[in-house]
Design a protein around this ligand. Structure first.
Ligand code: GLA
Length: 854
């Protein structure tokens, strides 16, 4: 029986060559068979034969740069994208998948479940199959997006209830990759839904006789508890999906990239063991060239490569800069990501200085004993690293490596214990020093480099022990359990679950060279070892021989010994698991507590600093004001601001002071250093589009948006000027977007007499209003001269009172004013008053003003 034909377990995503193992045949055989199956499945050979992905997929996806912009997500644009990927050489580097994300469909909303999905006919006039053909003709692969719920996340028709039809449609279109999202579906149903899809997709694979449709699942991103991802059954996901999203959506910001990287590091003990050939954790797409600086882009590439993550470009290739092309096409960085060992790396260190995080160290073991190391500067200053010691990254001091700087693409020297500071260039803010270490002589110790000291608590077993394991396996085979005729072992450490207590085998050219026991991460106790077996007579010679191991295979082991071994190991396994679970709980509790404390005390401290031209007295985080505090003049005399801060800016509620430090010029809410929300300001200067001038001590009370008067509010004592700069009066009343709007009054200079009362719109009298003259004389007084509708500061229709209501004893003869009637150019205010009689006379109308009124 060939290696590829052995199987101990039936997986929903059944891979070719695996057949069910009859576990009833031997209880003892089961344990070792499971162990052996884990080896063989993990060897990759059996899995790889049937899987389409032996390395993380690479390509481009429309979502990050085109989103749901229908003008961008078109057949023409996708053709252009493909052309650019070809002409820039990105396709040949490996970026072959061109993946349409959400919003390609014809139907927005509910669909007819028995009608096949269609692309938007306006945007994809040649049809979706033609798009696939176009890509295939150019050596690209075709990716598409759907959703296991009733709608996609942007509300387009989803696939729920039409799964078989949609899989057939995608297969007919020649689709090579499916991202199946999880909006509009209940997380409770997702296991069944994703399992069903995996079965349907397996059908496509079988029909096509090989290459099927890569299955990218979003299920875990919806279903896990981000605080406790270990509660999620990733093993199952890895059996039905090729890659899977775990975390929320990435965006083109440094903080978003780091949030994902940090979460990944916090949960790496859960994530590392599930990754491997044809099984990839997906931390989401690349944002290089899509909002990140060049250095930030290099860092994302470095971390994603260490994580063996899918490299799916997220920028717009049609506007790609040379920097972006340079970063994403660096072949030595891509080679780390695509390393054949598919051994997901880890963050092994995160350093701080005076409570401020400075840099992180990420490590990934590569095939052939190479090691990739990234030092990531998380701070905002250029970083000088004093040295990089082998002990920090789990290498054995004394082992010699050639170090290659992957961004500069130069060798930086040979080192055998430490890379000194003068070989490490200054790392720019948010940048990464990314190197590959290549062994230059055989390691002095038989232990292969381990990524983190915390995971290296195992015991190294020599070739003899391996021989015994091998005998054990062959004995089982001989007894009729599961088995294979030849063990061709490759480094497997990354493929075994972190909780496994089984051995991990290493070999060179078919001959075992060592084995190490694999403790659960974080476990530091005594680790169980396989009990000794009767020594085969010629085992010594096998251990030292590099040409033959057959004699050892033939040694028989009595069935009772075998049973004892199996029982003992099972018992020990359980014990270790218990201890491990307990330890994980303790460590998690300790970490949570430490983090909570850190957040409260270590991070935020009370201090006085010189900040932004003043003396700041308050809480400070990372060198800038945070929380609450007071900013004063440098001599400490005058207050400039008192209130809440965030990231060095006024934020929350606060008070701004005038330059005398006593008068409050603003009191209310702020955001990002600007007045925002409800607030009250008394300001000497408010100017808006020429309508408003220096307002003396105008007071505004109302809504602000990003530093500007926005939304409803009230203004008092604000000088009004017309477009020609003529003073109109003071305005008191409602405002909108910084202009008189709603009900308001215009008063005279002394604030005593109303010149206008009524409606306003966009800074002009508009709507119903009453206008008055101020009449001089012995007693200053005002008379009504117009009552009616206004349009844009002009009287429009209503009633003129040319002889005034003021004069008792005189009859009032109102003149009806028709809408559209020609009006004087300048609307009379108090100063324009004389114009009205003149104009009325010109119209042949008489008017009367009481004696002494003028
Ligand atoms: C979800 C996914 C994103 C993207 C959008 C499209 O949010 O996580 O990657 O596909 O849907 O609507």
């Amino acid at each position: 029986m060939g290696r590829g034909q052995m199987s101990c377990e039936m997986k929903p995503k059944e891979r070719e060559g695996r057949r069910r193992f009859d576990i009833e045949r031997s209880r003892g055989a089961f344990w070792l068979c499971s162990l052996f199956f884990a080896f063989v499945a993990a060897l990759g050979e059996a899995a790889k034969d049937a899987s389409m992905l032996s390395k993380p997929p690479m390509g481009w996806n429309s979502w990050n740069s085109y989103g749901c912009h229908t003008s961008k997500l078109t057949e023409t644009t996708i053709h252009q994208v493909a052309e650019v990927l070809v002409s820039t050489g990105l396709r040949d580097i490996g970026y072959r998948y061109v993946n349409l994300d959400d919003c390609w469909g014809a139907v927005h909303g509910a669909r007819n479940k028995s009608a096949p999905l269609q692309g938007d006919p306006v945007r994809f006039p040649s049809g979706m199959k033609a798009l696939g053909d176009y890509l295939h003709e150019r050596g690209m692969l075709y990716g598409i997006y759907s959703d296991c719920g009733t709608r996609t996340c942007q509300g387009y028709a989803g696939s729920m209830g039409s799964e078989a039809l949609d899989v057939k449609t995608f297969a007919d279109w020649g689709v090579d990759y499916l991202k199946l999202d999880g909006c509009w579906a209940s997380t409770k149903d997702m296991k069944a839904l994703y399992t069903h899809w995996s079965e349907l997709l397996r059908g496509v694979r079988e029909e096509r006789g090989g290459r099927g449709i890569v299955f990218s699942c979003s299920w875990p991103a919806y279903a896990i508890d981000p605080q406790k991802p270990e509660h999620f059954n990733f093993t199952y996901v890895s059996q039905i999906c090729d890659l899977w999203r775990i975390y929320g959506d990435i965006s083109g910001h440094w903080s978003s990239v780091m949030a994902i990287a940090d979460w990944w590091a916090e949960h790496q003990d859960v994530l590392v063991p599930i990754a491997g050939p044809d099984s990839f954790n997906d931390p989401d797409m690349l944002e290089v060239g899509n909002g990140l600086t060049k250095e930030e882009g290099q860092t994302q590439m470095a971390i994603w490569s260490i994580l063996a993550a899918p490299l799916i470009l997220g920028h717009d290739p049609l506007t790609m800069t040379s920097d972006t092309l340079e970063v994403v096409s660096n072949p030595e960085v891509v080679a780390v990501d695509q390393d054949p060992a598919v051994d997901q790396g880890r963050r092994v260190q995160s350093y701080s200085h005076n409570g401020t995080r400075t840099y992180d160290v990420w490590v990934r073991r590569l095939a052939g004993g190479d090691v990739a190391v990234a030092l990531v500067n998380v701070g905002s200053e250029t970083l000088a690293v004093s040295q990089l010691r082998w002990s920090e990254i789990g290498l054995t001091p004394g082992d010699s490596y050639r170090a290659r700087d992957l961004w500069r693409r130069i060798d930086i020297g040979h080192f055998n214990e430490t890379i000194p500071s003068d070989s490490i260039p200054g790392i720019p803010p948010h940048g990464a020093f990314f190197i590959r270490l290549i062994p230059t002589e055989p390691p002095t110790s038989p232990q292969p480099p381990r990524p983190s000291p915390s995971t290296a608590a195992g015991r190294v077993m020599g070739p003899m022990k391996l021989m015994r394991l091998r005998q054990l396996h062959e004995q089982l085979h001989w007894e009729g359990g599961c088995g294979a005729e030849t063990l061709e072992l490759v480094p497997l450490a990354h493929l075994l679950p972190s909780r496994a207590t089984t051995a991990i085998l290493y070999t060179h050219s078919h001959l075992p060279s060592w084995a190490i026991s694999s403790p659960p991460a974080g476990f530091h106790g005594e680790f169980p070892n396989l009990p000794d077996l009767p020594e085969p007579e010629d085992s010594e010679s096998h251990a030292s021989s590099s040409t033959s191991s057959h004699a050892a295979s033939s040694a028989a082991i009595p069935a009772e010994v075998l049973q004892t071994i199996v029982d003992d190991n099972r018992h020990l396994t359980e014990l270790v698991r218990e201890q491990y679970d307990k330890r994980v709980e303790e460590l998690t509790a300790q970490r949570d507590q430490a983090q909570a404390e850190l957040r409260q005390i270590a991070h935020i401290i009370q201090r006085k600093i010189v900040y932004d031209g003043g003396l700041y007295d308050g809480t400070v985080a990372n060198g800038v004001p945070e929380g609450t505090g007071v900013l004063r003049s440098l001599d400490g005399e005058r207050k400039i601001y008192e209130g809440e801060w965030e990231a060095g800016k006024y934020h929350g509620t606060g008070i701004e002071y005038a330059s005398d430090g006593k008068r409050k010029i603003y009191e209310g809410e702020l955001r990002e250093g600007k007045r925002h929300g409800r607030g009250k300001s008394t300001s000497g200067r408010v100017t808006n589009e020429g309508q408003w001038g220096d307002g003396g001590l105008a007071t505004y009370e109302g809504q602000w948006g990003d530093g500007e008067l926005r939304g409803p509010g009230l203004i008092t004592n604000l000088n009004l000027f017309d477009n020609d700069g003529k003073w109109l009066g003071f305005y008191h009343g409602a405002t909108l977007d910084g202009k008189a709007h709603g009900e308001g009054e215009m008063r005279d200079a002394c604030g005593r007499f109303i010149l206008f009362r009524g409606g306003w719109q966009a800074g002009k009298r508009h709507g119903h209003g009453k206008a008055y003259y101020i009449l001089g004389g012995t007693t200053l007084s005002a008379v009504l001269w117009f009552d009616g509708e206004w349009r844009d500061n002009m009287i429009h229709s209503g009633t003129l009172f040319p002889d005034g209501t003021y004069a008792p004893g005189h009859s009032v003869t109102p003149i009806p004013w028709e809408a559209g009637q020609k009006v004087p150019k300048k609307v009379p205010g108090d100063r324009g008053m004389p114009k009205l009689p003149k104009w009325l006379r010109a119209q042949g109308l008489s008017m009367y003003f009481p004696a002494g009124a003028l």
